[in-house]
Ligand binder design. Structure first.
Ligand SMILES: NC(=O)c1ccc[n+]([C@@H]2O[C@H](COP(=O)([O-])OP(=O)(O)OC[C@H]3O[C@@H](n4cnc5c(N)ncnc54)[C@H](OP(=O)(O)O)[C@@H]3O)[C@@H](O)[C@H]2O)c1
Length: 338
């Protein structure tokens, strides 16, 4: 088998493609011959040495794959062998084979390509938790989705549009035409303008009922301030800390220093809620995840879940794929294909 290994922290140049012995599933596990693997922003930050949940170097990143089950472990239902699936993997996804517990595997609908299927798990489950499970978005609400052109961003837009809420999103200006064509009500160029005043203008000074903020640090303070009352803030990433070497470490320190603290009495008096999401720490809840995936599969059938692949790169070109994401060029999901 082949895998993309991150031997040490650094820029995309550190990535190496390795040949290594085939994997074999243990009891309750399956082996997937990978066709496509999603790259998440967490993988970029793991390579930069800034992701606290990453294993020690060297390791292979990758939280999600699609492919065909070609070997099953003891106790696994035999009909699964030969099935086309998508799956959550706890690292190791950027490879030609992965072994995962059967509980983390979902049958791939025929209507989806392998690339699209690899774009579902992390992005859509994160967005589902943010918009539906914790965010409780209502049709009469306004939602602000930061980085709406990214993987999680477009997934959140799909779900928010299905609810019928008013959608406002921040994104680099080159993505705005696409986002508006996809139905986003208002796109804000947060790179060149102050998104806060634009949001206030768009909402008659009231703010948004729900804000999805994966930027972290000072941005969480500003997003909290931009909540309508009652309002809810989803915190699920620290993209502002992204960077290499010393610059990355300094950005991480600054992000940590500028993080807000929320006092329960202030939350109560302001009718505001805050919540966090870390999909990488939900491995103990496979049944809940399955319920969410089932609901997303209904959305796929009904046409309101539209997994969007920005670009597919070969496993051999993983460094290019990382650069593509870091350059902010992607609209939707970047995947590696085997
Ligand atoms: N906690 C969880 O369970 C969880 C799960 C999934 C994702 N996340 C978080 O959600 C965020 C989005 O993840 P994703 O995988 O969907 O990635 P993504 O949005 O596809 O990531 C790339 C986009 O992020 C924006 N961005 C913001 N700051 C950036 C920076 N410093 N460098 C490069 N791009 C930056 C850029 O879009 P614009 O310039 O257009 O804004 C870029 O195109 C990340 O913070 C990630 O860690 C968290």
């Amino acid at each position: 088998m082949k895998r993309v290994t991150i031997p040490k922290a650094g820029d995309s140049g550190v990535l190496i493609l390795e040949e290594c012995p085939d994997l074999h599933p243990g009891p309750g596990e399956v082996r997937i011959a990978v066709k496509a693997a999603g790259i998440n922003f967490a993988d970029i930050m793991a390579r930069q040495g800034l992701y606290q949940d990453a294993p020690a170097f060297p390791f292979t990143a990758g939280y999600e794959v699609s492919g065909v089950i070609d070997e099953i472990g003891e106790g696994v239902e035999p009909w699964l062998k030969g099935k086309s699936v998508f799956a959550l993997s706890r690292f190791g996804g950027h490879a030609s084979q992965v072994v995962v517990p059967q509980s983390q595997v979902f049958e791939k609908p025929d209507s989806l390509s392998f690339e699209q299927a690899a774009a579902i798990p992390v992005n859509y489950l994160t967005a589902w938790q943010a918009i539906i499970v914790c965010g409780a978005l209502q049709p009469e609400d306004t939602v602000l989705i930061h980085n709406v052109g990214g993987g999680v961003g477009l997934a959140a837009l799909d779900i928010a549009q299905h609810i019928g809420a008013k959608t406002i999103g921040t994104a680099s200006p080159g993505k705005h035409d696409y986002l508006k064509a996809r139905g986003l009500n208002h796109a804000i160029d947060y790179r060149n303008n102050d998104w806060f005043s634009e949001l206030m203008q768009l909402t008659g000074g009231k703010g948004a009922e729900l804000i999805l903020d994966p930027l972290g640090g000072e941005s969480w303070r500003k997003s909290y301030k931009a909540l309508r009352s009652p309002g809810r803030l989803a915190m699920f990433g620290i993209s502002v800390a992204s960077g290499h070497g010393l610059a990355g470490k300094l950005a991480l320190a600054k992000t940590a220093l500028l993080m807000p603290f929320f006092h329960p009495i202030s939350l109560m008096n302001q009718n505001k809620s805050v919540f966090g999401i870390n999909m990488g720490r939900l491995w103990h809840e496979p049944q809940k995840i399955r319920v969410w995936v089932d609901k997303l599969m209904v959305g796929l059938e009904e046409g309101w879940v539209n997994p969007t692949v920005a670009k597919a790169f070969r496993l051999e070109d993983a460094a290019e794929a990382h650069d593509y994401i870091e350059s902010r060029a992607n609209i939707g999901k970047v995947v590696l294909t085997v």
